[in-house]
Design a protein around this ligand. Sequence first.
Ligand SMILES: [Zn+2]
Length: 75
Amino acid sequence: MISKELLDILVCPLGKAELRLEGDTLVCTRCGPRFRIEDDIPIMLMEEAELPEGINSIEELPCMKEGRHGDTPAT
Ligand SMILES: [Zn+2]
């Protein structure tokens, strides 16, 4: 199990959206890919992520499109 502290700082590598812990995977709350956790280390690589249903490539993910705008919205 990964710590709450670690979970708090982890974000989607594409769009910096928050992640949600689901079983032994982390799921982006915006774009939906699943990142698996191996030996308590989340594998935060899009190449390794399991894409959500209906999405065939990372190009189609909302976070990917979000990241394209160039400037990041102030949070
Ligand atoms: Zn995302």
